[in-house]
Ligand binder design. Sequence first.
Ligand SMILES: Nc1nc2c(ncn2[C@@H]2O[C@H](COP(=O)(O)OP(=O)(O)OP(=O)(O)O)[C@@H](O)[C@H]2O)c(=O)[nH]1
Ligand SMILES: [Mg+2]
Length: 335
Amino acid sequence: MTGADDADPGPSWRLVTPATSAGAVACLELVGDVEEAFRRLGLAPVAVGELRLRALHGLDHALIARMTPNLAHVMPHGGIAAVRVAEAALHAAGIRRLGSVSPRIAFPEARTWLEACSLAWLAIAASPDAVDVLLDQPRRWRSAGWDPDAPPPRARNQQDRLLDRLLAPPLIVALGPPNVGKSTLLNALARRRVSIVADRPGTTRDHVGAMLDLDGLTVRYVDAPGIREHGVDPIEARAIATSLVIARSADLILHVSDHVTPWRLPAELAALPTLRVQTRTDLHGGDTDADIAVGRMHVAAESSATKLALAIRQRLVPREAALDPSPWVLPAIAE
Ligand SMILES: Nc1nc2c(ncn2[C@@H]2O[C@H](COP(=O)(O)OP(=O)(O)OP(=O)(O)O)[C@@H](O)[C@H]2O)c(=O)[nH]1
Ligand SMILES: [Mg+2]
């Protein structure tokens, strides 16, 4: 890992908070020659360890936190337009934009390289369950006799890649024939009405996406239109085709059908990890070869939704993987 300011002593910056969604406060990180950055931005200096409110180019006020000689956080209001204006001011001041910053620079409070990497991932990890696992890494590395300031002594393995799903949300796509309760499943998992439900085939015309917390694992969930060949207009046919393309990159396909509507996954998806979900067991009874059977599903149906959430979570990041005391070789943070 190299510090962003190793090669170039001039100031640079990166956006820490997301560029495409609004928040109460945004965070822009100044790296390198921070004094020079303040001067170019027309800001009065802020000493190391100080937190100051400063007018930013007459357009907003920003809290400025100066952590170290070569690191400061500039925190204006977090509206998308406000951040764009701040970005334009940095650009006009000739301050170079970076994709990311070495964790050792971004987290000066970290005592080791591993601690810095864990904190860097903690700042952007998607799942609540990532917190405990990341914070436990220094202890796990010590128990394994690994040096927290040296590259890990083994390559990343399958277990590491499973845990990566706590950092970036895995993709789940629910596929099945029309009118078997796919959208009802999404609403029950989300505990709110995200997708329209009706007792008629073709209710979901285009795919519906949602971020869900399934027992501590954050996932990207896509509810697809019912897959059918007959009685489909060209728009629905395109929506079905798009869902099948999205499904090709799924980490898990939910193969959803009820007892009276047998259905096969399209051949091109057959090799993907699949959880077979049988729905509407209260109407049509149970089956034998499904991985999980659910019935009486509706938004308030806690027990079936909890059972399904646990089953999905277990397929994607088994509890045992998170609790396994062996160290996690974290993915590299792009620099
Ligand atoms: N009795 C009962 N009805 C259910 C259950 N789950 C869904 N339904 C009903 O089944 C019908 C179809 O549900 P949807 O969730 O819209 O089905 P879908 O698979 O999304 O349908 P398409 O979007 O058309 O593919 C609705 O009337 C639901 O209320 C269940 O567990 N029990
Ligand atoms: Mg639907």
